[in-house]
Design a protein around this ligand. Structure first.
Ligand code: HXC
Length: 510
């Protein structure tokens, strides 16, 4: 009996060593943790339960039958993050460069399916040379199985990808179909074709970092949602993110103890909006002043900075925030910000996370690059996302809400539940100057007359009361009391039930 137990331990020791000490040392020398160390950091101490530790590949090409590493290059299982269950897989670069074989894929598919069946998020840690070259099409089939599971899990359980090494070729499409992608600066990259192929085909010379590093994907392509200094920081941030999310689409987001007064008044908000309507101010200040303990978990902080997206808690419950940022491009909507916010709104709606929208938007960005780039279709994504969302929606207009952008930003007309405005709100078809230049074109030569017209327009339209008279604004509120008003609004919406007509699925303008 003792011998059998010892054999199990001995087998486990071999499996835990992955591709061997030399390769583990080389992984550490690159500043990277191993697949198992990453899981240890990610999960609560001692909570990890492993599956398929001894699973072996079945390849017999290229002498592979003599080259076996138990577990086949990916560590899979489940554990907890602050006591809440998650499934996890972590590719082991020390075994055939973390490459994906048929059996490696089977292991990933098993945890993907269990995550959906048991209603818990799945976190995938990628560090892989892609398809296992020795296995050919069997490996490609394995990828496709993983992709299919990503699709089926989408909107059912949160899926989070953490890229901690190479992720190239078709392999990128699994993370691409998940809800959030985190990267590590200087040690991770994602691209469909690497620098050598790019050079051959397009004659462009580019490094791997420039082509698909963390900076590229968080600031240019928007493929990734955040980038961190090292493995440790990235994994700790995944833990923080998971704390905001429900386990699945049938559960409400978690409610945490909070140490902040619901009725906390913030008198500084009464002077947040500058006298001059063209002077910017930082919308982040409003978000942090509304949030429990000032905690704002920003998503895509480095992309389309004219809109802010992220999670806060109000009375301990998760709320998704979408806010125009007047500090960048005056907070206007454009292609990038519409895409960014639309995806965020859809995530919140899929997972029953209420949405708080803070509005200061002068309209859509004009120009040929926007029109040629399809701002009509991309802007419609945000409109569509808000319009289909059935979660509680609370909107606060702080200053400008002009034109189509007024409609888009979770207006009453898109089934906004509570639509508040500050007294500084200006809800109109456009700004006073633009309106007067159109309405009184013939008087443009007379600056005095025009100034009079502008003042008159401002008096009549640059306020929230015209909209409030029609009931499009439920209440004009004092800025300093915004937190209590918003908290109470969400509290009153906890039992909200709203369903869209039955359909197979919608046809969002992709
Ligand atoms: C089998 C692989 C492998 C692969 C790496 N290895 N990639 N084994 N299949 N795809 C092995 C190496 O042989 C080596 O084994 C070990 O992993 C580490 O690789 P190194 O090259 O020594 O490491 P490094 O210098 O850090 O380079 C990492 C790398 C490079 C950039 C990932 O290995 C690489 O370019 N690999 C091939 C990438 C690739 O073209 N993959 C196919 C992409 S197409 P030893 O025994 O020496 O430790 C694809 C299609 C997916 O993935 C389609 C989905 C639909």
């Amino acid at each position: 009996m003792q011998t059998i137990l010892q054999e199990l331990e001995a087998r486990r020791d071999v499996a835990r060593l992955g591709g061997g000490q030399r390769r583990i040392d080389s992984q550490h020398a690159k500043g990277k943790l191993t697949a198992r160390e990453r899981i240890e950091v990610l999960l609560d101490e001692g909570s990890f339960e492993e599956f398929d530790m001894f699973k072996a590949h079945r390849c017999t090409e290229f002498g592979m039958e003599k080259n076996q590493h138990p577990g086949d290059g990916v560590v899979t299982g489940w554990g907890t993050i602050n006591g809440r269950m998650v499934y996890v897989y972590s590719q082991d670069f020390t075994v055939f460069g973390g490459s994906l074989s048929e059996t490696h894929a089977e292991k990933i598919c098993k945890v993907q399916k269990m995550a959906v069946r048991n209603g818990a998020p799945i976190i995938g840690i990628s560090d892989s040379g892609g398809a296992r070259i020795q296995e050919g099409v069997a490996s490609l089939a394995g990828y496709a199985d993983v992709f299919q599971n990503n699709v089926l899990a989408s909107g059912v359980v949160p899926q989070i990808s953490v890229i901690m090494g190479p992720c190239a070729g078709g392999a990128v499409y699994s993370p691409a179909m998940t809800d959030f992608i985190f990267m590590v600066r200087d040690s991770s990259y994602m691209f469909v074709t690497g620098p050598d192929v790019v050079k051959t085909v397009t004659n462009e010379q580019v490094t791997a970092e420039e082509l698909g590093g963390a900076k590229t994907h968080t600031s240019k392509s928007s493929v990734a949602d955040a980038a961190f200094e090292n493995d440790m920081e990235a994994l700790m941030e995944v833990r923080r993110l998971v704390d905001f999310l429900p386990l699945n689409n049938r559960e409400k987001p978690p409610v945490r103890p909070f140490f902040d007064e619901v009725s906390r008044a913030e008198s500084s908000l009464d002077s947040l909006v500058p006298e001059n309507p063209n002077t910017p101010y930082d919308m982040k200040e409003l978000i942090t002043k509304l949030a429990d303990e000032g905690d704002f978990y920003e998503i895509q902080a480095d992309y389309a900075k004219n809109i802010l997206t992220g999670f806060v808690r109000m009375e301990g419950s998760t709320v998704g925030v979408v806010a125009n940022q007047p500090m960048v491009l005056a907070g206007c909507l454009d292609i990038d910000s519409s895409r960014k916010a639309a995806r965020f709104v859809r995530f919140c709606d899929a997972f029953e996370i209420p949405i708080l929208t803070l509005v200061d938007v002068p309209g859509f960005l004009p120009g040929t690059s926007q029109e040629y780039g399809g701002v009509i279709k991309h802007g419609a994504k945000l409109l569509f996302a808000y319009g289909e969302a059935t979660v509680p929606k609370v909107t606060v207009i702080t200053r400008k809400a002009y034109g189509g952008a007024y409609d888009v930003m979770s207006s009453k007309h898109l089934r906004g539940d509570f639509n508040y405005a500050w007294p500084t709100a200006e809800i109109a078809v456009m700004g006073a100057k633009g309106a007067v230049e159109i309405l009184y074109r013939s008087e443009l030569g007379d600056p005095e007359k025009i100034a009079e017209r502008v003042a008159d327009y401002e008096k009549r339209f640059a306020n929230p009361f015209v909209a409030a008279e029609r009931g499009f604004i439920d209440e004009v509120i004092m800025p300093k009391n915004t937190r209590v008003r918003v908290c109470r609004a969400f509290a009153s919406l906890r039992g909200k039930k709203l369903e869209n007509p039955w359909k197979k699925h919608d046809n969002i303008p992709l």
